[in-house]
Structures are given as C-alpha cells and as structure tokens.
Design a protein around this ligand. Structure first.
Ligand SMILES: NC(=O)c1ccc[n+]([C@@H]2O[C@H](COP(=O)([O-])OP(=O)(O)OC[C@H]3O[C@@H](n4cnc5c(N)ncnc54)[C@H](OP(=O)(O)O)[C@@H]3O)[C@@H](O)[C@H]2O)c1
Length: 288
C-alpha cells in the first residue's frame, strides 16, 4: 500500500466510515484513527491502514500523525469535544501537517443558544487562527438522522421529530462525504468555511408526504416535545448531557432558523446536491 499522507480521526463513526468509503472509491490512501483497533478491523483494506489513538490523551496522537500531511477530524457530541479538537490541532501543528479539515455544524457561533454550536464555534476559531491551512465544513442536519426511525415508519407509518412545524435545509451525509473528498484533493478549498445545506428546505409534514408517496402508505409526522424527546433519549441509554444538548439544538431548529439554503455544496460537487426524495429512493430497502 502507498504510504498514507491523510489522517482521518473519528473514522469509526457515521461520518468517518462514509468518508473512508468515498476515499477508497477514489483510491486515496488513508490512515484511519480509532480508539479500538480490534472492534474496527473491518475498516482495514488496500488503501486504509488503522492507527489506535485517543483524542483525550495527547500522548497517543504523535504516532497517529507520523508522516501525515493532511488531516480530517470529526468527533462525537461530547462535553469535552472542544478539548478533543484542541488536542488534535496541537498535535497536527507539532507534526508539521499542512492542512486540517474539521467537521463542524451549521450556525456555529459564539452566542448560539446551542452548547454544541458554541463548542463548534470555539474549535472552528481555534483552527482558523492556528496558522494551519484549514477547511471548516458546517453542515445542516443530515437526512440520515431519520434512519433511526425506519422501523417505526415500517411498522406504524408514523414518525416524530422535534421540529414543530418548521422546515430545515437538511443535507445528505453522502454528499458531505463526497464534498470532503473534493476538499482533500483540491487546494482551492483551503482556508474556507463552508456552510453546507441540501437544495431545499423541508418540514416534518413534507418528509411524511414524500415518504407516503414513495412507500404508497399513509405516513404521518407528529411533532415531538423537548420533554418527550429527552425521555426517549435517556431511555435509549444516552447520557444526560448529550440528551440536554441534543434537545437544545433541535429546539433551535424548530424555531425555523435553519431553513436557508446555500450554494456551497453545489459549487464543491459541481452538481445539485441530493434532495430528500433522492435519499429515500436510495434507501428504499431500509424503509420497507
Ligand atoms: N447528526 C447531524 O445531523 C449532524 C449535522 C451536522 C454536524 N454534525 C456533527 O457531527 C459530529 C458527529 O458525527 P458522527 O455522527 O459521525 O459521530 P459518531 O458516529 O458518534 O462518531 C464519532 C467518532 O468520534 C470518535 N471519538 C469519540 N471520542 C473519541 C476520543 N476520545 N478519541 C478518539 N476518537 C473519539 C468515536 O470513536 P469510537 O468509535 O472509538 O467511539 C467515533 O468514531 C458532531 O460534531 C456533530 O455536531 C452532526
């Protein structure tokens, strides 16, 4: 295997796995950073090598960065996320990395009502002021979030979201991964902050209507309250901090403040980003 010059942190998560797949399709050698090599063996292939490191332990990062020129980081929603990013940027700088790509979130700002978006702002600012070349990717919420409700949709033709009657310019995680590959390959994307959205703004009722048409079933949307959403997350085993932070950000989405669309994703991909209908078509098997 050609020696990888690209490090991907958070490689075992949802965004990381998709990115690895797209990099392999483009024959780009990569070193995938995971916390547990044993449980992520399947990520290894002809173009992907695995390194074990922990973002909360800076001493483990030097080995991961050995001979690396470009690095990408996504990490979990976590109270210490800003410290994880910080450790990664410092290790990148120490290793002489040229370009760091960070997965952030749309609306990251110092005074956001969402702690997740304030954390992202802090880390985005740290990266853009680090002296490293950077690209900050700020996507809106992903279509893929609804996949967690696929079984309820199959069984009861019903789903719930904490979005009220608002609409949101949701985006396809696949498109974001594909855009990331372009950002890796093309130097013109350096030192840019990209707010990425889908091509349209859709509400819970729009989603229900599209699923109903596609599946030929009477699919219904029911807005969910913050209290109920939190109860369900805690019952599903999510830690309290995460449940609070997720309810907080979703209540922000429900104000309708995330419905604008941007042209950045279309410009990077050089095609129209996927619509929700494209996503449902591609995931037909999951909903049936
Ligand atoms: N969901 C959305 O709609 C949306 C939209 C825009 C932005 N985002 C952003 O996307 C991010 C979440 O992405 P995701 O869904 O891909 O997350 P995920 O599936 O939870 O994966 C997170 C990854 O981070 C790794 N990680 C966690 N703690 C670590 C540590 N201490 N050291 C090394 N690695 C660590 C995890 O490794 P292990 O496998 O070892 O646990 C995992 O691979 C968040 O920053 C969120 O704000 C999400």
């Amino acid at each position: 295997m050609k020696h990888p010059k690209l490090l991907v942190a958070g490689a075992g998560g949802l965004n990381g796995r998709l990115l690895l797949k797209k990099l392999a399709e483009n024959n780009i050698p990569v070193r995938a950073m995971v916390r547990n090599k044993e449980s992520t063996k399947e990520l290894e292939n002809e173009t992907t090598e695995i390194v074990e490191a922990d973002l909360s332990n800076p001493a483990t990062l030097d080995k991961a960065f050995d001979s690396i020129e470009q690095a990408y980081i996504v990490t979990a929603v976590h109270p210490d996320a800003a410290a994880y990013f910080s450790n990664f940027f410092q290790a990148a700088k120490k290793a002489g990395v040229k370009h760091v790509i960070k997965l952030s979130g749309l609306g990251a700002s110092a005074d956001s009502p969402s702690e997740i978006l304030r954390q992202h702002y802090q880390s985005d600012a740290q990266l853009t002021q680090s002296g490293l070349d950077f690209t900050v990717i700020q996507p809106n919420s992903f279509f893929q979030n609804i996949l967690g409700q696929a079984r309820a949709i199959q069984r009861k033709w019903r789903f719930g979201m904490l979005l009220g009657e608002a609409s949101q310019s949701l985006v396809d995680m696949n498109d974001v991964a594909e855009a990331t590959v372009r950002i890796v390959q093309d130097k013109s994307h350096r030192n840019k902050i990209y707010p990425l959205t889908g091509p349209e703004s859709i509400s819970g009722n729009d989603i229900a209507e599209q699923l109903a048409t596609f599946l030929e079933k009477p699919v219904r949307y029911k807005p969910v309250s913050g209290t109920l959403a939190k109860q369900e997350m805690l019952a599903g085993g999510l830690p309290e901090w995460n449940a609070n932070a997720l309810v907080e950000i979703m209540e922000l989405f429900a104000t309708g403040a995330f419905q604008e669309t941007t042209s950045d994703l279309e410009n990077i991909l050089d095609r129209r980003p996927n619509r929700f209908a494209d996503f449902v078509t591609e995931n037909r098997a999951v909903f049936f």
